[in-house]
Design a protein around this ligand. Sequence first.
Ligand code: SF4
Length: 227
Amino acid sequence: MTRSSRNAAPPAPSPEPALDCRLCPRLAAFREAQAQAEPAWHNAPVPSFGGTDAGLLIVGLAPGLKGANRTGRPFTGDYAGDLLYATLIEHGFAAGTYRASADDGLRLVDCMIANAVRCVPPENKPTPAEINTCRGFLAARIASLPRLRVILALGRIAHDSTLAALAQRKAAHPFAHGAVHAIRGPDGRMLNLFDSFHCSRYNTNTGRLTPAMFRAVLAAIRTDLGT
Ligand code: SF4
């Protein structure tokens, strides 16, 4: 090792994993099994969607097997995407027509969507170790957004992982649908963390989250960010 390589700063963490990331062996094996069964699907870490000039970052849990894992775009192709994208369009955070396909031309406006865990987990359940491992990408993604002012966490896991990514204590900011937490961002800026129940089919079918409840959260974010 040369003196210069010994003194070199470690590489900056990337906000996006490589498509062949294997940091979570169980998830990498699951992806590979899906690639055998469905070779036309994405079957890789799903990249964040939206521009890095976003003021709003939406953090989901993980790709759905036949949704984002199939199409390669967060929340695209399953029920959760139907509600999420319709609500984003309604509040001006997306433009175009959502057609449940990554090539539908839909554009996010002042908004980015990322998942706390980038690879599809079996039965939609990542392990705590997998959530911790993928958090490096979430933290780097949050740090990569210079205009970020609001984070919307969809569900408790996204909420907790976002807090951990920003070195905030969970006990000081308990998850609750509709709650807003003032937290310090990576560069010392204050951010507002909004919570919503996840817009999954299960939550809407059981009435835990109604479309009206979800719209109210996005309306509050729109008010917070201004027009
Ligand atoms: S979940 Fe994240 S850290 Fe784990 S293998 Fe996928 S991209 Fe890598």
